[in-house]
Design a protein around this ligand. Structure first.
Ligand code: A3P
Length: 252
């Protein structure tokens, strides 16, 4: 079955591609969102380990917490839905720092930013695009690699996303985590809790699409030497002022 056209699946909001599952009305009204001081935000660029992080964080609480779907997914009724929750809210988001509702910043809510080697993120996202009917068609890894480098994918450029958050690395309420090998937790999280058709990501309820390999270094099975050189060039250029990028020991 062929997928709907790109125009039916993607729209651009403030220069960043979003799926039509994030309605323009919702995105426009995020600025009015009522954050609570005890909200916890789980922040990531897609395919960076959001589900792993959600699994870990929700286990830390002994009182009732609600893991919501990402704040930017849904239509305008989303704000009301979140408002109604009486328990503590753990809220995932893929938003760039600049698009985050200002209320979270003013109330100094705790935010955890998770990232992993962007090359592994790119490969993970390729399979996600390929197998998810809610994302545009990509014919080959080569075609997807070019889109990823250009930031022409949902949530925009990995580099810009990371940099927008890194600027706030010294904010006391923001913690940065780097995903290493999650293989050990994969089988547990894959099996446990809720229904087999439940994920944090609103673009799929299919857990097989999320828990793919959960390993570090799968990029080596996909990147050609030329793509690797190109990626490094772009990485070095884009991240030249990034302190965090310098201290990360990504295997290149
Ligand atoms: P791969 O596609 O490389 O396997 P996200 O959770 O942000 O959508 O990211 C999905 C990626 O993180 C997938 O990577 C998936 O395998 C891995 N992942 C997510 N949760 C995991 C968990 N609990 N244990 C192991 N890997 C996990």
């Amino acid at each position: 079955m062929s997928k709907p056209s790109e125009a039916e699946l993607i729209h651009i909001f403030k220069g960043i591609p979003f799926t039509t599952r994030s309605s323009p009305e919702l995105l426009n009204s995020l600025d009015t969102f009522d954050a609570r001081e005890d909200d916890v935000l789980l922040v990531s660029y897609p395919k960076s380990g959001t589900h792993w992080l959600a699994g870990v964080i929700t286990k830390l609480y002994t009182t009732q917490v609600t893991l919501t779907s990402p704040i930017e997914f849904g239509d305008i009724s989303k704000l009301e839905e979140l408002n109604k929750l009486s328990s503590k809210r753990i809220i995932p988001t893929h938003l760039d720092y600049n698009l985050l509702p200002p209320n979270f910043k003013n109330k100094k809510c705790k935010m955890i930013y998770i990232s992993r080697n962007p090359k592994d993120t790119a490969v993970s996202m390729y399979y996600y695009y390929r197998d998810n009917p809610n994302l545009p068609t990509v014919d080959t890894w080569t075609a997807f690699f070019d889109l990823f480098i250009k930031g022409d994918v949902v949530c925009g450029s990995w580099f810009d996303h990371f940099l927008s958050w890194e600027e706030h690395q010294n904010d006391k309420n923001i913690l940065f985590l780097f995903y290493e090998d999650m293989k050990k937790m994969k089988s547990d999280t894959e099996k446990e809790n809720s229904s087999p058709s439940s994920t944090v990501c609103s673009l799929t309820s299919n857990r097989k699409l999320i828990f793919r390999k959960g390993t570090v270094g799968d990029w080596k099975n996909h990147f050609t030497p030329k793509q690797n050189r190109r990626f490094e060039e772009v990485f070095n250029e884009k991240m030249k002022l990034s302190k965090m990028a310098k201290s990360l020991i990504y295997e290149f």
